[in-house]
Design a binder for this molecule. Sequence first.
Ligand code: DAH
Length: 345
Amino acid sequence: MEEQLLQLKQDALVKVKEACDLKELNDIRVAYLGKKGPITEALKGMGKLSAEERPKMGALANEVRGAVASAIEEKQAVLEKEAVAKKLAAETLDVTLPGRPVNIGNHHPLTRVVEEVEDLFIGMGYTVAEGPEVEKDYYNFEALNLPKGHPARDMQDSFYITEDILLRTHTSPVQARTMEKHEGKGPVKIICPGKVYRRDSDDATHSHQFMQIEGLVIDEHIRMSDLKGTLNAFAKKLFGEDREIRLRPSFFPFTEPSVEMDISCMICKGEGCSVCKRTGWIEILGAGMVHPNVLEMAGFDSKKYSGFAFGMGAERIAMLKYGVDDIRHFYTNDTRFLHQFHEHE
Ligand code: DAH
């Protein structure tokens, strides 16, 4: 028995020494010191021993158990230390490594223009209205006093989907839709930004898809002077306090009278340059007093109500404001172009 115990001790100590992780060590602990382990078994067999051998063997068994237990404890401390060191090594941060650059995005220049215009008009009591880009011929043309076959339809080459459905050629159908919703009751004060489509060949100043911003006011006693004051405030806000405006007679089927608005050139201040084609004035938008036919078709009494409307191309505004020379830059999404429009610089 003595030999057996000493052999056990030797085997256990070798295994403990060789254990390379905490799990293996724990398995050794269970195997040797556990209730069903060989040391416990040996102690059970003590009954068969003589009275003088019993205390000797008892002491030896305890000595073996103590030696194995303390070897395990020591090894455990070593392995735990190793595990911590390993973990720390794996998590080492090299604080001298240069960081990855964080790319901060910015709003698209067209979004900036639209938001600036919206902010101005919201401040004057307007609400933002939207309408579908796939539109009925009725709202795009007929309700705007452009019946089928009207020659002015040629001004807006269109993408038809069916005979009665097309991609809207302007944001003016939102006027007709909004008025219809008001069921003949004013006031109406809306600003409508949105995408529009025309069958144009793309070049530096034309795009088959572009953005417009439309405005509409309907109420009792709305006069041309209200339109002029509003456009004046708009021009100064977007292009600088020293801008002057000029209204020129024009034609749109949905307004009467109709005008086009120019602003004094902000580049040459009126002296004449290539941007204003040496005239000192830059054309910005179309506008006018809402045609009585348009009011009536949408259910408004044109004797009681009057109104004004205006519509502009967002790209044109952005091109003038930021000095962009080709409309296609807005759509090709070259990040070198887009990153020039950080609002916080
Ligand atoms: N819809 C016109 C266009 O696309 C722009 C326009 C002109 C809108 C006059 C208006 C307006 O509301 O009154 O060319």
